[in-house]
Design a binder for this molecule. Structure first.
Ligand SMILES: NC(=O)c1ccc[n+]([C@@H]2O[C@H](COP(=O)([O-])OP(=O)(O)OC[C@H]3O[C@@H](n4cnc5c(N)ncnc54)[C@H](OP(=O)(O)O)[C@@H]3O)[C@@H](O)[C@H]2O)c1
Length: 333
């Protein structure tokens, strides 16, 4: 491939160590090392991308870095025989968009071990409508199922319900036959959450999270927690016997002040979910389930698409917690 400049969204640091992001260009010879060169069709926005691009979180570990922890596209060239030129692929997580140039560029070069062949049943757009958010929601569900969660065990609560991970988790759980309860700060979005498959809506305003006892009434067989902090304490205190919690996010807080009572008196399991460094074969197994029995039924309704040039203005709403659903960024499709 010739060394022609292409468009890239660069996250840089100024002389005062302030994070600055801008649309710019890069040439192929400045891409990071890897066996697979990909022409990027789509990327997406995750909360982590917004933290990285705005500097609201210390996400970037190497400046400058092209943002975007997710990408899908077609292989241009590959030193690994598993990936033929023209093959559709997905690459998410690992160091992508953190310390290795990411998906907000027309081209990306990544190690072959980070690349997943696009499974039958998904197209490149759908893969990014899911992105890290969908992968993580599915990984959390798979982990809870491996720990014994089943629809007959009882309701599953999803916190941060209108977010990317939350909405997709609701859709997947409802498809599997779970009774899903959506905890949300956006009461006006009740109709949206019901459309995704939530059986009940629980407005955050109805709960005083400052007054949660070590154990409250036991309600949930499972929980997908995207927010952490006092809300995760409340989740733990309201779990049923042998309930399972997937701890995914920290949209409210990375702190967790709680007691051991849910664990030692109700046998509750608190499972950590790290999409970033989940390797093979689990990574491929989760993507294959995302293309089959976990494929959200309302993926199109959850997703909006923005042009690459509109990317810089899209991050602040994530930081303010105002975003609903998923955002796909059309890069070179
Ligand atoms: N562990 C992993 O591998 C992994 C992977 C992906 C994402 N994550 C994390 O998972 C979380 C969700 O990611 P996302 O992409 O879905 O983010 P998102 O689209 O920005 O959604 C987050 C949602 O959390 C709720 N929320 C925001 N601020 C809150 C606050 N102060 N208190 C309580 N709830 C609040 C809001 O939903 P409501 O208004 O409906 O309550 C918001 O829509 C993030 O913390 C992200 O970093 C972790």
């Amino acid at each position: 491939m010739e060394n022609t400049p292409f468009k890239a969204f660069l996250i840089e640091q100024d002389e005062n160590r302030q994070v600055k992001s801008r649309m710019g260009t890069l040439t192929p010879d400045r891409l990071d090392a890897g066996e697979v060169l990909i022409r990027v069709h789509y990327s997406s926005i995750n909360y982590k991308d917004a933290l990285a691009a705005t500097g609201a979180g210390k996400i970037i570990r190497r400046f400058p870095c092209v943002g975007g922890i997710d990408l899908s596209g077609e292989v241009v060239e590959s030193a690994d025989p598993r990936f033929a030129p023209g093959a559709p692929v997905i690459a998410t997580s690992f160091d992508i968009g953190v310390s290795h140039h990411g998906g907000y560029a027309e081209y990306a070069r990544v190690p072959a071990g980070w690349v997943v062949p696009l499974p039958a049943g998904l197209d490149l757009f759908e893969a990014m409508a899911l992105g890290t958010a969908g992968f993580t929601a599915a990984l959390g569900i798979v982990r809870m199922e491996d720990n014994g969660l089943a629809p007959d065990n009882g309701p599953v609560v999803v916190t941060g319900a209108t977010g990317g991970v939350g909405g997709l988790a609701i859709d997947m759980l409802a498809r599997l036959g779970y009774h899903v309860v959506a905890l949300t700060g956006k009461e006006a979005e009740a109709g949206y959450l019901e459309m995704l498959g939530a059986a009940e809506i629980l407005p955050r305003s109805t709960i005083d999270f400052d007054k949660v006892r070590p154990l409250e009434g036991a309600k949930w067989a499972g929980a997908v927690d995207n927010v952490g902090g006092k809300i995760l304490h409340w989740v733990l205190a309201t779990m049923k016997q042998a309930g399972t919690v997937a701890s995914i996010g920290n949209a409210a807080s990375f702190n967790l002040e709680t007691t051991v009572f849910p664990f030692i008196l109700r046998g509750v399991s608190l499972l950590g979910v790290d999409s970033g460094y989940m390797g093979f074969p689990t990574r491929q197994r989760v993507w294959e389930r995302l293309a089959t029995d976990l494929k959200p039924r309302h993926l199109a309704a959850v997703t909006r698409t923005i042009a690459f040039d509109d990317l810089p203005g899209a991050f602040d709403a994530y930081i303010r917690g105002e975003v609903k659903g998923r955002t796909v960024v059309r890069i070179g499709a």
